[in-house]
Write a protein that binds this ligand. Structure first.
Ligand SMILES: [Zn+2]
Length: 470
């Protein structure tokens, strides 16, 4: 047991939210602007079989051809992952201008400031007094009186000028109707279930990642997701370079041919300074989704759990508790591994050496930054391994130094700390994502899903490159 962690100053500012650091990283990305802001961007869709190979894939070749011809970032429906259950009346909807009449009995009106249901009724020639009758006919009908600016109301009138149907679209996925019957009006809420298709995006970074991604047609949220997926391998705050490129296949939610939202990234590739990383999303039989390399290793770098072989844990991680007698808070934000002097210490993962030198009570210390998210610290070393220097890089498992007792230490041991986004976590605990590869039992199922995604990214990209050379 050593006292170093309670005395040494915090190494890094702490953040409480994983998301906060992700946002910070992207904000700093936005500042990395290269001279040219031109981005080669292409967006197409793809045929994709997921878990239901029996499902018929549909293909909109005309739209795809149009996209090729104009080089416009157009997304066309291609793979129906899920069948939609849209209401037929939803499909008939066009979006004409205000007050345009589709037929003599059809009226449309857009809600503007100060409008009430009564004023809208008057605008379409219905007596304001009929509002009460209509609202009273169904308990839920008053949902029509909760008007929003810009909302469109569509009225169907019979030849006698009576309201037969009132319809309003609340969102791309939801609309409400009132339909006249013998007894009055019946209220209905129609919820459209979006169909899901896959979309492909390719971008080359000529400016910042966020600008390039936006030009390629990748939403901000998906850009964040991509940075998170590759965050174990790529330091998006510092390592992005002009010429880096990415391919992303993601789920897109569609209603009536219109994209209304995005699902998760299904697969992605990111080439950073000539090195390509690949990720595939896989949901295991227990229903847990995670990202893996194409050959089934976890995208989360599997850190070596124990940086010293043949050591015993002499002190565990503790955020500190009040000693009943001393009445002092003692935190031990790391794990101590006792071993004989000179025992090799290994880097827990690939990374940059932020420090290989003395650090107060830690004595001879190595601090390694692993991507943007993780930092490991190794204290009390007797000395550093050859070639391990501040500013250098190390590989997972590489010997970085040797067990000693420098600094505030009572005996030969390694003091090992693990930080996630600047927050100390227990390297032995569950909070650290020591992700495991795809299990043997699920390997075939994983490959059945990942291989078509890989093939599709290759195909989409080569098609795109071929067409751009024409
Ligand atoms: Zn310690």
């Amino acid at each position: 047991m050593t006292k170093e962690s309670s005395k040494a100053p915090p190494l890094y500012p702490k953040t409480h939210l994983l998301a906060a650091s992700g946002i910070a990283a992207l904000l700093s990305l936005a500042l990395l602007v290269f001279p040219s802001s031109d981005v080669e961007a292409k967006r197409t869709t793809l045929s994709l079989e997921l878990e239901s190979p029996a499902e018929q894939l549909s293909q909109d070749q005309d739209a795809a051809d149009a996209a090729q011809a104009t080089n416009e970032p157009v997304v066309t429906p291609f793979a129906q992952i899920e069948n939609s259950t849209e209401e037929p009346q939803e499909t008939a909807q066009a979006t004409p201008a205000v007050e345009e009449k589709k037929s003599p009995s059809h009226r449309e009106v857009i809600v503007t400031k100060g409008d009430t249901l009564s004023t809208l009724f008057e605008k379409v020639g219905l007596p304001a007094t009929s509002v009460h009758e209509i609202l009273a006919s169904d308990k839920q009908a008053k949902q029509f009186s909760q008007l929003k600016h810009g909302q469109k109301l569509e009225f169907e009138l019979n030849p006698e000028g009576q309201l037969t149907n009132l319809h309003s679209k609340l969102s791309d996925l939801e609309s409400i109707t009132l339909t006249k019957n013998d007894k009055g009006y019946v209220f209905n809420r129609i919820t459209s279930k979006p169909s899901v298709r896959s979309a492909y995006v390719h971008g080359v970074i000529n400016s910042s990642l966020s600008q390039s991604a936006a030009r390629a047609g990748l939403s901000h949220s998906l850009t964040m997701d991509m940075a998170s997926v590759f965050g174990y391998d790529v330091d998006f705050a510092q390592d992005i370079r002009q010429g880096d490129e990415f391919d992303v296949i993601y789920e897109q939610k569609v209603v009536n041919g219109k994209a209304v939202g995005n699902g998760p990234i299904l697969s992605a590739r990111f080439t950073n300074r000539g090195k390509t990383y690949t990720a595939v999303r896989y949901t295991n039989k227990q229903g847990n989704a995670s990202y893996y390399t194409a050959d089934g290793n976890s995208m989360r770098k599997a850190f070596i759990r124990t940086p010293v072989d043949f050591a015993r844990i002499s002190s565990k991680f503790s955020m500190g508790r009040k000693h009943p007698i001393l009445n002092k808070i003692r935190a031990h934000k790391g794990v101590d591994y006792a071993a004989p002097r000179g025992t090799p210490i290994k880097a827990a993962g690939d990374g940059k050496v932020m420090l290989a030198g003395r650090r107060g009570g830690y004595g001879n210390t190595v601090i390694i930054q692993h991507g943007a998210t993780y930092t490991t610290l190794y204290g009390h070393m007797q000395g550093f391994a050859k070639g391990v220097k501040t500013g250098g890089t190390v590989k997972q498992g590489q010997v970085i130094g040797y067990i000693g007792t420098t600094g505030l230490s009572t005996g030969p041991h390694l003091h090992y700390e693990f930080q996630v986004n600047g927050v100390h976590v227990d390297p032995l605990g569950q909070k650290v994502a020591m992700a495991d590869p795809i299990s043997k039992a699920e390997r075939a199922r994983f490959l059945a899903q990942s291989q078509p995604l890989m093939a599709r990214m290759d195909q989409e990209k080569s098609t795109m490159l071929a067409s751009s050379k024409r």
